[in-house]
Write a protein that binds this ligand. Structure first.
Ligand code: ADQ
Length: 467
C-alpha cells in the first residue's frame, strides 16, 4: 500500500501535539497524519534569497514532513498576495477587501509550479496525494503536466463563493478548470458543494454526471461533502489533564460567580468579532440588571498581520473593546477581557468548560472547529450553551445550537439572554444532541471518509493524462 502524501501551504505539525496551534487546518491535519504512514509537504515558513528546488525532510512528533523554503517575492505575491488578499476575502464574500493584482496571480501560479516540481520526484507509484485549501488549487494541474498519474484529491477548508461573486475574479474559469485535474474535490458542507456545482453548470456550461460527478472542460471530477471535526477523545483528555483542570479552577475563581461568555478566534474579519462585541454591548444596554453578573473573555491571537485589512480590524477591535469597557466597567468589574494570545489545547479546554456560553459568530466560515471544541469540553451534568452563526459551515450540522444572524446586534443580544437563562434540562438536551454531532464528525472519520472515497474513485478515460 502506498503512502498518504498531504500537501498544504504551511507545514505546521506541532512538535508537542498538546501545545496546539491557532489554526483549524493545522490542528486537523496533524491529528489526521499522526495515525497514518504518510508525508506532509509544504512551505517551511522560511524565506531564502534563491529558491533551491529541494525539500528538507524532518520528523515532527511521529509525522514525516518535507519542507520547502520560498523566496520573499513568492511569499509577498503568492501567500500575502493572491491567497490572503485575493482568494480569502473573495471566498468569504468580502469583495470590498479583495485585491486583484496581476503579479499576485503570477506568484500564485509560480509557487504552485515550484511545489509540484519539488514534490513530483518524491512521489512513488502507489502513493495517493491529498492537497489542501485555496492556496494550492492549481497544484494537481501542475503535477499532471509533470506526468504524475497518481490519485490526487483536493479539500477546500473555506466556503466556496457564490457564482455572482466568483466571476469578479479575473481568470476565474482558469482557476475552476484547474480543479478538474483532481480525481476528487471535497467541501465541508452541501451548501459549498452546491455553489461549486452552480458555477460549473451555469457559468462553465458543465454537467452533473452520475451520483457525485461533474463533467466540464473535457474532464470528469468526483465531488463530495466531508464535514471536518476535532479529535474528540484527545480534546476531552486535554480537558481532564492536570493543566486542563487547573485552568478550569483558575477561571472559575477569577470570574467570582459571574457567568462567563467565551470567544476564541484568530483575529480575522471573517470571524465577526466587531459584530460580536457590538452585540454584547447591546446586551449590556438591554439588561442593566444582568450587567455585573456576566463577563466576556475574547481570546484572539493576531494573524496575517502583514496584510493591511488585518491591521485595520485589529485597530478597530482594540478601540471597540476599550470603548465598551470604558462605558460599562465598575471599580470591581470589567465587562470584556480581550487577549491577543494563544493557549495550549489543555488550557483552552479548561477555559471552554468554565464558560456558560460559547460565542461562535463568524460572518462566513468553512466549518469552524471552535464550535465543536466548545461542545466537547462541557461538563455533561451542567453544560453551557453554544451560540452559533447560521453562516458557519458548522450550522449545517449543529442545528441544536442557538443559531443567530451575526449581522444583527439585537439578535445577538437576545441570544445571549436566552443562553444565560436557559433551564438546565434544556441545556442538557441540546448539549447531548450537539455532542452526538461532534462525535459523528470526529477528525478521523473526516480523514478516513475522504481518503476512502479518493481510493474508490473510478478513473475514467485519460484521468491522469497531461493537462
Ligand atoms: P480557521 O479559520 O483557523 O480554520 P477554526 O476552524 O475555528 O478556524 O479553527 C481555529 C483553531 O485554532 C481551533 O482549533 C482553535 O482552538 C485554535 N485557536 C484559535 N484561537 C486560539 C488561541 N487563542 N489559542 C489556541 N488555539 C486557538 C480554517 C477554516 C475553518 C475550518 C478550519 C478547518 O477557516 O472554517 O473549520 O480551517 O477546516
Amino acid at each position: 500500500m502506498g503512502r498518504l502524501i498531504v500537501v498544504s501551504n504551511r507545514v505546521s505539525a506541532p512538535t508537542d501535539p498538546a501545545a496546539g496551534s491557532a489554526g483549524g487546518l493545522a490542528m486537523a491535519l496533524s491529528a489526521a497524519l499522526r495515525k497514518y504512514d504518510g508525508l506532509w509537504f509544504g512551505w517551511s515558513g522560511e524565506t531564502v534569497d534563491h529558491f533551491t528546488g529541494e525539500a528538507k525532510i524532518e520528523d515532527r512528533a511521529g509525522v514525516t514532513v518535507a519542507l520547502v523554503d520560498l523566496e520573499s517575492q513568492d511569499v509577498d505575491e503568492y501567500y500575502n498576495g493572491y491567497a490572503n488578499k485575493t482568494l480569502w476575502p473573495l471566498f468569504h464574500h468580502r469583495v470590498d477587501l479583495t485585491t486583484y493584482e496581476r503579479s499576485y496571480g503570477e506568484g500564485y501560479e509560480r509557487v504552485n509550479r515550484r511545489f509540484a516540481e519539488v514534490l513530483a520526484p518524491m512521489i512513488e507509484p502507489d502513493d495517493i496525494i491529498w492537497v489542501h485549501d485555496y492556496h494550492l488549487i492549481p497544484m494537481a494541474r501542475d503535477l499532471r503536466r509533470l506526468g504524475i498519474t497518481n490519485r490526487i484529491g483536493f479539500f477546500l477548508h473555506t466556503p466556496w463563493p457564490a457564482r455572482q461573486l466568483l466571476v469578479t475574479l479575473p481568470h476565474h474559469r482558469r482557476l475552476v478548470e484547474s480543479l478538474f485535474a483532481y480525481d476528487l474535490v471535497g467541501f465541508h458542507t452541501r451548501e459549498w458543494l452546491d455553489l461549486f456545482t452552480d458555477y460549473v453548470v451555469t457559468e462553465a456550461r458543465g454537467d452533473v454526471t452520475g451520483e457525485n460527478g461533474l463533467e466540464c472542460f473535457g474532464r470528469v471530477v468526483q465531488t463530495g461533502v466531508y464535514p471536518i471535526g476535532i479529535d474528540v477523545e484527545g480534546f476531552i483528555a486535554a480537558g481532564d489533564s492536570a493543566l486542563g483542570r487547573r485552568t478550569y479552577d483558575r477561571m472559575m475563581s477569577s470570574t467570582a460567580f459571574r457567568s462567563l461568555l467565551v470567544g476564541v478566534d484568530r483575529l480575522d474579519y471573517s470571524k465577526g468579532l466587531e459584530q460580536r462585541l457590538v452585540g454584547y454591548e447591546q446586551f449590556l444596554a438591554d439588561n442593566p440588571d444582568m450587567r455585573s453578573q456576566v463577563l466576556l473573555l475574547q481570546v484572539t491571537p493576531i494573524s496575517r498581520d502583514e496584510v493591511d485589512s488585518y491591521q485595520d480590524i485589529r485597530g478597530r477591535l482594540d478601540s471597540l473593546a476599550g470603548r465598551i469597557n470604558g462605558a460599562y466597567a465598575e471599580m470591581d468589574w470589567q465587562p470584556i477581557r480581550y487577549l491577543n494570545r494563544t493557549y495550549r489545547r489543555d488550557q483552552l479546554a479548561g477555559i471552554y468548560r468554565a464558560a456558560r456560553v460559547g460565542l461562535v459568530t463568524p460572518l462566513r466560515d468553512g466549518m469552524n472547529l471552535v464550535a465543536k471544541e466548545y461542545v466537547a469540553a462541557q461538563d455533561p451534568a451542567n453544560p453551557g450553551v453554544l451560540i452559533l452563526s447560521r453562516f458557519a459551515g458548522a450550522a449545517e450540522q449543529m442545528g441544536e445550537a442557538l443559531l443567530v444572524n451575526p449581522f444583527s446586534r439585537e439578535e445577538l443580544s437576545e441570544a445571549i439572554k436566552q443562553a444565560l437563562t436557559m433551564p438546565l434540562a434544556e441545556r442538557i438536551r441540546k448539549w447531548k444532541a450537539l455532542m452526538q454531532v461532534v462525535r459523528d464528525t470526529d477528525v478521523s472519520i473526516w480523514r478516513d471518509d475522504f481518503v476512502g472515497a479518493l481510493k474508490a474513485v473510478k478513473i475514467v478515460g485519460d484521468g491522469g493524462a497531461p493537462f
